[in-house]
Design a protein around this ligand. Structure first.
Ligand code: ADP
Ligand code: MG
Length: 416
């Protein structure tokens, strides 16, 4: 089984043919901060092209990814290789999803948020989003951000004031948030607060506010954050700017575009719960009750994507049919990620591992086993997820939202 997981083409780019670079799977190894525990140490090697981890343990095998980042790589390097292009394409009208997967303490939050001196994927993406807007004067943009958390299979709106949780995460004062689907927006949470943001600082401030709501909610913040999924979504709307002189259009091109057509795309940045809870031991599953249902289901969906692919024979372009054999609806996370996992989004998965640590959750559980689980999850994701993401088509109104035209008029983005 372990071997079939690692089966990719020799260059490790099995997805490239279907959509060049639409799915990027990376593994990041965080520095060993504890004393060495040789027994738990994973024997591994990274090849020169940094696309391979050769695992030499009992279930040995070669695992290919798009990137392997080692302990020397900072967040900037991770972002540049694993997310930069995706963020740019979101600005051009594609949906994009970046998620961090790995056991608690391996660097998911470090990679997504980073620190003041080593900013992570989220702040670096925000910088790029505004650079893109600045470099694209011929279009006007509207940015809306939301921030939700999935905790105990309940969605909390982190921008709607304090999040309340009882011992089992039962409803607080917030109205129950549900997932809905429509052809234009895909799957979305409602009611969910969306903030219109006009500068990087403002966007970062909104996200910090969400982090704070999460922090306030948890009496044991660490336990809570390791069990919940944090989802930042940035909705990018844009349309051609109708200002004479700036980026003026040839008459022929103008007539090809519906006047005022709005292009809508979404960037989702997700810091998943610790994957150690997703271990497929029955014992742990019951112990964690439904807390980890989302991660378990994510594992199942990603594993089953391959059988969907097999069923459709050699026709790799055929997307997995919604819901039929894939249990997207079994958890909030997979339902929310359904468009991304079923091929409607560019995807970058950053899997974090830690090697040879002690004195942490990593050492307390079966560390090598968990690390191997992460490597296998990453390999499966690399093998199985196929993206057919298409650019939102403003002239056909595929991703266009007529209602937001008025909104765009009201909130012309003023870059600060
Ligand atoms: P997770 O979110 O996966 O539970 P964190 O991102 O909180 O893990 O990381 C756990 C600790 O390890 C934090 O103190 C973090 O600063 C540190 N850390 C994680 N990855 C790195 C890294 N690549 N370089 C330096 N420190 C790291
Ligand atoms: Mg974390």
């Amino acid at each position: 089984r372990g071997r079939s997981d690692s089966k990719t083409t020799a260059d490790g780019h099995s997805n490239q043919k279907d959509g060049k670079g639409n799915v990027i799977v990376s593994v990041r190894i965080r520095p060993d901060v504890g004393a060495k525990d040789s027994k738990q140490e994973l024997e591994w090697d990274v090849n020169a092209k940094r696309s391979l981890i050769a695992y030499k343990g009992r279930e040995g095998g070669d695992y290919y990814y798009d990137n392997v980042f080692d302990t020397q790589d900072n967040n900037r390097r991770v972002y540049d290789a694993a997310a930069k292009r995706l963020v740019r394409r979101v600005m051009e009208g594609y949906h994009g999803t970046v998620f961090a997967y790995g056991m608690t303490g391996t660097g998911k939050t470090f990679s997504m948020q980073g620190t003041a001196t080593n900013p992570g994927v989220i702040p670096l993406a925000i910088t790029d989003i505004f650079s893109y807007i600045r470099e694209t004067p011929q279009r006007e943009f509207l940015l809306r951000v939301s921030y939700l958390e999935i905790y105990n299979e309940k969605i909390n709106d982190l921008l709607a004031g304090p999040v309340q949780t009882g011992p089992n995460g039962q409803s607080g004062p917030q109205e129950e948030i549900k997932l809905r689907e429509d052809s234009k927006r895909g799957v979305y949470a409602t009611p969910l607060k969306e903030e219109i943001v006009q500068s990087p600082t403002q966007l970062l401030r909104v996200i910090a506010r969400g982090d704070n709501a999460r922090r306030v909610a948890g009496t044991q913040f660490n336990a809570r954050s390791s069990r919940s999924h944090a989802v930042v979504q940035i909705v990018v709307e844009s349309r051609e700017r109708v200002v004479p002189g700036i980026g003026s259009l040839k008459e022929s091109k103008r007539s090809a575009i519906a006047p005022g057509g709005v292009r809508v795309s979404t960037l989702s940045l997700i810091d998943l719960a610790g994957s150690e809870k997703a271990a497929d031991s029955k014992e742990r599953r019951t112990e964690g009750s439904h807390i980890n249902k989302s991660l378990l289901t994510l594992g199942t969906v990603i594993a089953r994507l391959s059988s969907e692919k097999d069923k459709s024979g050699s026709d790799k372009d055929k997307p997995s049919k919604e819901g039929k054999h894939l249990p997207y609806r079994d958890s909030k996370l997979t339902r929310l990620l359904q468009p991304a996992l079923s091929g409607n989004s560019l995807v970058s998965i950053l899997c974090t591992i830690q090697i040879g640590a002690s004195g942490s959750v990593a050492a307390a559980t079966s560390h090598t086993g968990e690390t191997l689980n992460t490597l296998k999850f990453a390999a499966r994701a690399k093998n199985n997820i196929v993206s057919h993401a298409k650019k939102a088509d403003e002239s056909l109104g595929a991703g266009a939202d007529v209602g937001s035209r008025a909104l765009l008029d009201r909130y012309r983005l003023e870059i600060q």
